[in-house]
Structure formats: C-alpha cells, structure tokens
Write a protein that binds this ligand. Structure first.
Ligand SMILES: C[S@@+](CC[C@H](N)C(=O)[O-])C[C@H]1O[C@@H](n2cnc3c(N)ncnc32)[C@H](O)[C@@H]1O
Length: 245
C-alpha cells in the first residue's frame, strides 16, 4: 500500500504536498488531519492516467476559470468532498455548472478522479491541497457562484473548535470570492456546529440568510456516505444556506 502511494508521488511529485509553508512561518491551525491512504489499483491508475486532465496543481497565482473549464459557466467550489460520491452526482445532474472540488484525502481524491474520467464529468476539476490556501491564493474575488461544504469534520472537543473549517475568517474570504447573489451551502449532522455556522454567517455583513435560521434541504443534494452513518445513529441533519448581498 505504502509503496503504491510512494510510487504515485514519484510519478506526480506535486500530489505529495498539500500545504504551503514558508520556512520561518508557523503552521496555521488546519481543519484536517493527514493520514496515509490505502489505494486500490483503480485509484493508482486514476491518479497516473487522469490527473493531467482533471487535476490542477497548487500555484500561488489566480486561476482563469474560462481556461480551466473551457467555457464560461458559473463555478461552484466544494471544500472537502471526501470520497466524492455526492460531488459526482451533483456534477452529472447539474451540468450547467462547473465544479472545482478540493480535498486533501488522497483515496477520495483518486476515487473522484476515476469518476471524472469514467462517467465522464467534463465539468469537474480537482485539487489536492488545503482549500483555505487555494481560496486565498488562486480563486479570484467575485468569481464563484457557490460554495459547498458538506459534513465538515465537527471537531467536537472544545479544545479542537479552533480547527473547525467554518469560522469567521473563512466566511469572510468566501464572501469576497462570491459573485453578487452567490451562495454558501453547508450541511452538518452536528447540532452545535450547525448553530455555530449560523452565528458565523450572521456575523459577516456581506451575507444574508433568506431563511432566518436553518434552510430546507436542496432536492439536488444526494445523501453522502458520511451522512448515512449519522442518519443510522439518528443524528439530525442541519442545512445552512446564505447568499451574498
Ligand atoms: C467528514 S469529511 C466529509 C466528506 C464529504 N463531504 C461527505 O459528506 O461525505 C470532511 C472532509 O473534509 C476534508 N477537509 C477538511 N479540511 C480541508 C481543507 N482545509 N482542505 C481540503 N480538504 C479538507 C477532509 O480531508 C475530509 O475528507
């Protein structure tokens, strides 16, 4: 298993590094933990064969969406797509949008890469990098139609709350990246995180919440694997939908 991952990194070195660190700078608090991924043969093959077409390497310079996707369709950015099952379904069902999926978990990244090539999903591109740094350095202001954040790690312990992805600084950054009327759609099965999300967006003046509280589920959002596990334990699902004023 380890050899295969190393083998992939030997072939595509840019896949190994998922965050930028300036020598003297202390590492920022991260919303993810990097674990070694077990890769099946189809995932190794997907990385080697399809990354050049569907993958985007991290470079600290703004992306040009028209060049990236080959059209001017609106762009939706998903942070932390996991295994990518719902990303693939949404991209297939809603081809009028382009999707940039960002995920550091290599096995999930490789699985969605495989789906991109086999389904196929010409409107999807993928990055294996810290989404916060991608947004900061590569996503132009006022250029994104929507953000999807489905079941972000809840980091339930109080001392870990600082690791939660949905925080005021990220909300402000997403707001600056959105077009007018663009949206952020977050879903979680952790009630206390859901309340925290509402507060976060409420405190950023650039957002309005058309539902005042939690939103109804979008009919086009499929149930994810992660969600099914929560549902099996009777966790309540909360949906947060806000729009840029
Ligand atoms: C709990 S999983 C949920 C996955 C998927 N959205 C689902 O609903 O099944 C959260 C995912 O977010 C990813 N993630 C967390 N922070 C991230 C970041 N800053 N950049 C990229 N991926 C991140 C993690 O690697 C993890 O796979």
């Amino acid at each position: 298993m380890r050899e295969r991952q190393a083998d992939v990194f030997a072939d595509i070195p840019e896949l190994e590094r998922v965050e930028e660190r300036d020598g003297a700078q202390r590492r920022e608090v991260k919303s993810y933990v990097l674990r070694g991924s077990h890769l099946h043969a189809f995932q190794v093959d997907a990385l080697k064969n399809f990354y050049p077409e569907y993958g985007i390497p991290f470079r600290p310079e703004p992306l040009d969406w028209t060049t990236v996707f080959g059209n001017d369709n609106p762009v939706v950015v998903e942070i932390g797509f996991g295994m990518g099952d719902s990303t693939a379904r949404i991209a297939k069902d809603r081809p009028q949008y382009n999707y940039l999926g960002i995920e550091v978990f290599l096995a999930g990244f490789a699985k969605l890469l495989h789906a991109c090539a086999t389904m196929p999903l010409p409107n999807v591109r993928l990055m294996r990098f810290d989404a916060v740094q991608v947004l900061r350095s590569m996503v132009p202001d006022g250029s994104v139609a929507g953000f999807h954040i489905f079941f972000p790690d809840p980091w339930p312990k109080k001392r870990h709350h600082k690791r939660r992805l949905v925080q005021v600084p990220l909300a402000e950054m997403m707001c600056s990246k959105l077009v007018e009327g663009g949206y952020v759609y977050c879903v979680t099965d952790w009630k206390e995180y859901a309340d925290h999300m509402l507060q976060v967006f409420d405190s950023v003046p650039g957002f309005r919440n058309p539902y005042a509280g939690f939103a109804p589920a979008r009919p086009w959002r499929p149930t994810t694997k992660f969600e099914q596990k929560g549902l099996a334990k009777s966790y309540e699902i909360s949906e947060v939908w806000v729009e840029k004023r």
